[in-house]
Design a protein around this ligand. Structure first.
Ligand code: GLA
Length: 741
């Protein structure tokens, strides 16, 4: 998969479907050649280097007017030479100089892929699944060694990149800016696609035209954030969900990030992804090293859906890991929206008993079970059961739940503390704050200094005790505020730029220790819903709570956007009560079920409060999900109609062989006397005959018809409702089962 032209020093990563090429310039810097559909490995591609005598360029060699970094496409641009675009790397030496010029030293091709120390990363299970090219560079003046790592996967149209740095010199220096990847594409005729929003409306799809200058999304909140996701796609203007060229870039990281596209004066497009340089500075003393997080780049000629399927395949199978990766996820019920903090043990047992009767497999006890936690002003940090609410402790309650034949799960917010807690009273110095300044709170809570091992140890100790003494099969790991007034008293002045990154390393470390000690524990990550829904967390927690907004219509949008990068297997999606707690909307329970089926399914309400008819529906939903959850988690996902563009959200999940598909169509507002509609399906076999079945419709058709003419969408709004069977109402969703016969 990796070909090296030793003479020309050209490196070609090629898996038969995509190619990525770069070369070593005469100066020893790396130049970028090509990223896209596979090219012949025999070809010589150095003529792709575009050089010109550009008036007024600043050139790197005396007497040579053709070679300026300003107009050469680069592979990993470093600050301080004649490239005036943003660099991937900026170093600051003790002499104040910020120039660095790492030059090529050699390379190595490695079978498979190495892990990234202390950081989440994609992996392989067998060597033949991937090949890794490592490029060694050195800036002799600083003693800086750089290793750029490129892994090409056999079965995914993507490349994972990361970079390592070591100080082999005599003096320390600072890394001021370090990107995980950079690529200079030869033209800028693209639109950028980002996932942006806010609390309870995370990951809306936003498309922007690229113009000269910078288009960027970032976070400097300490978490990847509700506001922007560590992801950026570039699509050709005519690319759609189903067709056209798309590049996708995703960072496997949960902290401050920057994803940036820069169009220069020659229409060259530089894309980079890495730790947000704002607020970042890492001191590298002689002998020390630094590892930048992994970035994944995928290429698709099948539009945004094609890009998503590559990310899904990689992230579901080779980023998520452990006991739960391939296992069917339990149908869960969570008590938060039903009870908030107000419950005692008996209420919970009654709540769980009804859930068991409906077929729920896991009961999750949310916030409020510990310390003096009767509201959000106190208790965080005291991870011991509140005996007034739970007289038998967590051990007693979990035993009762297990006796019902269900598994038991528990909510934690390990990184946070309330000042009104025994933990804070014993360790007032454990929080992140800047001496002499007031510390802002978020939801009355403060952030524990996870850069410090003793702080992580203290929380690990408490969690370990609970997990060892009670039967706990699942934890919901919440994180309900961003970091402010960032400072750690444990580090000297010249290392304060490291705190945001060290914090995330502490979070990863706690995850890793828990996973190692309790490998069968299912962890669902959460951050006020989707404030840290990123590829980094997926390495530790195979599922995440997508959003605190559980309204089905809002969720149709949020899950649609989330699916651009993240597989359905990792999207926690629940049916909640109506009117919906967040938006006050009432939607049919069918719609709430259909939307929540597109993920790790569950309920977020008190089933004792539903009518007989609704309970019947809940039982049907759970039965349906259990029968189909393997297809939902592992099938190919196709977005068909975007709720960001019209009155419908539609998607399809088809198994790999194209023998069965589930199609969900959600109409947002009802219409009268509208058109007949057909929905072209994907991923079926052309010559295969299928049976299409839904609540209102049943017919047989061949795959070619379903994909070309489209699946008939029955829609009562096409005419008057004369049969009294309903179907003409707002927020109606219909699920179609398409099964080969
Ligand atoms: C956050 C989570 C919710 C719930 C509450 C509990 O907001 O996103 O799901 O767990 O905290 O306080």
């Amino acid at each position: 998969m990796v070909t090296v032209n030793e003479k020309e020093k050209v490196f070609h990563l090629n898996n038969g479907r995509i190619s990525y090429l770069f070369y070593v310039m005469e100066s020893g810097q790396l130049g970028h050649l090509y990223f896209g559909k596979a090219l012949n490995p025999e070809g010589n591609y150095l003529h792709m280097v575009e050089k010109a005598h550009r008036p007024m360029s600043v050139c790197i060699r005396e007497g040579d007017l053709y070679t300026s970094y300003e107009h050469l496409r680069q592979e990993y641009p470093c600050y301080g030479t004649s490239d005036y675009r943003y660099p991937a790397l900026e170093i600051q030496g003790s002499d104040g100089s910020r120039i660095c010029k790492p030059e090529y030293q050699g390379y190595e091709v490695i079978k498979g892929k190495k892990p990234l120390e202390g950081l989440p990363a994609t992996y392989v299970e067998r060597e033949e699944e991937a090949e890794t090219l490592e490029i060694y560079l050195k800036d002799a003046l600083r003693g800086l060694e750089v290793v750029l790592s490129y892994t090409i996967f056999r079965d995914v149209d993507g490349i994972a990149r990361s970079a390592r740095f070591a100080n082999r010199g005599q003096e320390g220096f600072f890394i001021n800016r370090v990107m995980s990847m950079s690529v200079d594409l030869p033209d800028a005729d693209f639109q950028s696609v980002q996932l942006s929003g806010s609390w309870s409306r995370e990951r809306y799809v936003k498309v922007r035209d690229l113009d000269p200058g910078i288009t960027a999304v970032s976070s400097m909140r300490g978490n990847s954030s509700h506001q922007h996701n560590p992801f950026l796609a570039l699509k050709r203007k005519n690319a759609t969900e189903q067709s056209g060229q798309v590049y996708g870039f995703s960072l496997v990281y949960s902290g401050n990030f920057l994803a940036q596209a820069e169009v220069d004066n020659y229409q060259v497009l530089r894309v980079m992804l890495g730790i947000n340089p704002f607020g970042f500075q890492w001191k590298l003393e002689p002998g020390e090293s630094f590892v930048a997080p992994e970035a994944v780049m995928v290429y698709s000629e099948e539009g945004l859906n094609g890009m998503s399927r590559q990310f899904h395949r990689l992230y579901r199978n080779r980023l998520a890991r452990g006991y739960w990766r391939d296992k069917e996820r339990p149908v869960l019920i969570n008590n938060w929206e039903a009870t908030q903090f107000a419950y005692v043990e008996d209420d919970l047992v009654t709540f769980a008993t009804k859930a068991k009767e409906c077929g729920v497999e896991l009961f999750v006890l949310d916030d409020g079970w510990f310390g003096a936690r009767n509201n959000d002003k106190c208790g965080l940090g005291d991870w011991k059961a509140n005996r007034d609410k739970l007289p038998g402790g967590i051990e007693g309650l979990s035993a009762k739940i297990e006796a019902l034949g269900m598994k038991f799960g528990l909510w934690f917010e390990p990184e946070m503390v309330n000042k009104d807690s025994d933990f804070f009273r014993s360790h007032p110095d454990y929080i992140i704050e800047t001496p002499g300044r007031s510390a802002s709170h978020g939801r009355n809570q403060f952030v524990l200094d996870f850069t410090r091992k003793e702080v992580v140890d203290a929380i690990y100790g408490q969690m370990h005790d609970l997990l060892s003494n009670a039967k706990i099969s699942y934890i919901k790991w919440d994180m309900n505020r961003s970091i402010s007034e960032c400072y750690s008293t444990a580090y000297p002045a010249d290392r304060q730029g490291e705190i945001f990154h060290r914090y995330i390393l502490g979070v990863y470390d706690l995850h890793e220790r828990l996973i190692r000690e309790f490998p069968e524990l299912l962890i669902e990550s959460c951050s006020s819903g989707g404030g840290r829904f990123d590829a980094g967390m997926l390495y530790y927690a195979p599922q995440g709570w997508v959003s605190d907004d559980s309204d089905a219509i809002e969720r149709a949008k949020i899950q649609y956007g989330t699916s651009l990068v993240y597989p359905l297997s990792c999207m926690g999606a629940h049916v909640s009560a109506c009117p919906n707690e967040q938006v006050g909307r009432t939607t049919p329970i069918i719609t709430r079920g259909n939307v929540a089926f597109t993920g790790a399914f569950g309920y977020e309400l008190d089933l004792n409060k539903l009518s007989e008819a609704e309970i019947g529906m809940v039982k049907e939903q759970i039965q349906f999900y259990k029968e189909n959850r393997s297809l939902i988690a592992k099938g190919d996902f196709y977005r068909l109609l975007s709720p960001f563009e019209g009155n419908f959200a539609a998607w399809e999940i088809a198994d790999e062989k194209g023998s069965r598909a589930l199609v969900t169509v959600t109409r947002i507002l009802s219409e009268i006397n509208g058109p007949f509609r057909r929905l072209p399906l994907r991923g079926l076999r052309r010559d295969q005959k299928y049976h299409v079945e839904s609540r209102y419709l049943s017919y047989d058709a061949y795959g070619d018809e379903l994909m070309q003419f489209g699946m008939m969408m029955e829609d009562k709004s096409c005419g008057q409702v004369i049969d009294g069977s309903g179907g003409c109402q707002d927020f109606l969703s219909i699920l179609y089962e398409v099964t080969s016969i």
